[in-house]
Design a protein around this ligand. Structure first.
Ligand code: PHE
Length: 445
């Protein structure tokens, strides 16, 4: 209860899972996962990623949800309420990460807009002629258009957050996420049957462990946190709307599995095609946007499928972006008593402005010590702030708030969780050591 009124809650248990999965599944799975995998050398990275998701990611996700559900507040308020002191800084760091991630996320979200329409106006021809890369290059260097689309994306996000939890978020996830999933399956069939696809499958599935460097470890950790929406209080905020009788371990497991499945499937679409079309797997953030048009151009009704796919990708990006803005807004709403309207609109506008340098950096003209501005923002958020946030959250429940967390996770003992003891030890020792070690050995600009 806040302000004497009942705090909003998800309409149902399914509502939470859909919304949390909606937050998790997004550009991180379909845009970021394939291109990072491509840069980090393929299968060995993927295996590492899977281990990190299911050992550390799952544990931190339960920790976040339990803190949020107990406190029924935003990321900062939750830490203040359950413990206070310096722990509040962890919440702050999360809000900061939310600002940064959404600023560049909206730029890529804008790309999906462009590609929905471009599917019917030239994208397929470019793909068929092997010129999807030129098409993409031409598009991202037209900064005015990229910024206009970024603005459009932000307006959509603000509009949904402004309308509130139940109606705003749940409604959109229920039909469109399963559709995205099915479309990915169809695309896999097309991609793996292309001539020359085997090399892509080998890249994606035959690990070469000599490729595992400190940098690869950190990239896998950063990708795990980014993709699961962890380390910044997003799952604290969403957990705060979760009903008291839902099983946290069950809900968290479903979210982790769904999110990972979508990423892995996206890889099965992208890599066979990358190799079949002779593209470069390590080419960076354009990978998905260059590869897919070529795949679609090889399908009957390609324009239609392409339009549909980018529409669904747009929706997936939107549900993730909503959760990012929700973290930021919930802070201003709960702590500073702003209206939802004011919080969403003001923060949306600030984040939009913050994202303009990222949009502009795609021309190659805005670098910070050798990294493009967008890359740099992504690096700071995903490889520094999120892992650090996860580290502190794990330490917090592992050492400080352990008994409370146990109670919350087992619903006051009513729903025993068989892995509660390993979970405590992962939070206490395994996750902090692993994150700390990876962080310090892999941190390289
Ligand atoms: N998980 C989202 C994605 O994969 C991005 C995100 C990160 C959302 C952090 C919320 C918090 O696209």
């Amino acid at each position: 209860m806040t302000n004497g009124v009942e705090r909003e809650q998800w309409g149902s248990k399914l509502g939470f899972i859909l919304a949390a999965a909606g937050s998790a599944v997004g550009l991180g799975n379909i845009w970021r996962f394939p291109y990072i995998t491509g840069q980090m050398g393929g299968a060995a990275f993927v295996i590492l990623y899977l281990i990190l998701v299911f050992v550390i990611g799952y544990a931190v996700m339960m920790a976040e949800i339990s803190i949020g559900r107990k406190a029924e507040l935003n990321a900062v308020g939750s830490f203040r309420k359950v413990k206070g002191g310096p722990w509040v800084l962890v919440g702050w760091m999360g809000v900061a990460a939310g600002f940064i991630i959404l600023s560049f996320y909206a730029v890529i979200g804008g790309w999906t807009f462009k590609y929905i329409f471009a599917s019917f106006t030239g994208l397929m021809q470019a793909g068929a002629a092997g010129e999807a890369g030129d098409y993409f290059g031409g598009f991202i260097t037209n900064t005015t258009q990229v910024v206009a689309l970024q603005a459009l994306f932000m307006v959509t996000v603000v509009w949904v957050v402004y309308k509130g939890i139940g109606e705003g978020i749940e409604k959109y996830c229920k039909i469109l996420m399963p559709a995205l999933f099915i479309l990915l399956l169809v695309l896999i069939v097309r991609s793996v049957t292309l001539e020359g696809a085997e090399a892509g499958l080998a890249f994606y599935m035959q690990p070469d462990f000599s490729k595992l460097t400190g940098e690869v470890f950190l990239a896998a950790l950063g990708q795990a946190f980014f993709s699961l929406s962890l380390g910044m209080g997003c799952m604290i905020t969403y957990g705060s709307y979760l009903s008291k009788d839902t099983s946290i371990p069950g809900a968290a497991a479903q979210v982790c599995v769904l999110d990972t499945l979508v990423a892995i499937l996206a890889g099965f679409v992208i890599f066979p095609a990358v190799f079949a079309f002779g593209l470069e797997p390590a080419s960076g953030p354009g990978l998905t946007f260059v590869t897919l048009p070529s795949v679609f151009s090889q399908m009957p009704g390609g324009s239609f499928w392409s339009g549909l796919f980018f529409l669904l990708l747009f929706v997936a990006a939107l549900t993730s972006a909503i959760s990012l803005l929700e973290v930021v807004s919930a802070y201003f709403i709960d702590e500073l008593k702003w209206s939802r309207h004011k919080a969403a609109v003001t923060m949306g506008a600030i984040i939009f402005v913050l994202g303009i340098p990222s949009a502009y950096s795609l021309t190659g003209n805005l670098n910070i010590a050798g990294k493009g501005f967008l890359d740099a923002a992504d690096f700071v958020a995903s490889n520094v702030l999120l892992p650090l946030g996860g580290l502190f959250i794990a330490l917090f429940v592992g050492w400080i708030w352990t008994e409370e967390a146990r109670k919350e996770i087992t619903n006051q003992g009513e729903k025993p969780f068989g892995l509660i003891v390993p979970w405590v030890w992962i939070c206490r020792i395994v996750a902090p050591l692993a994150i700390g070690y990876i962080f310090f050995s892999g941190l390289k600009w």
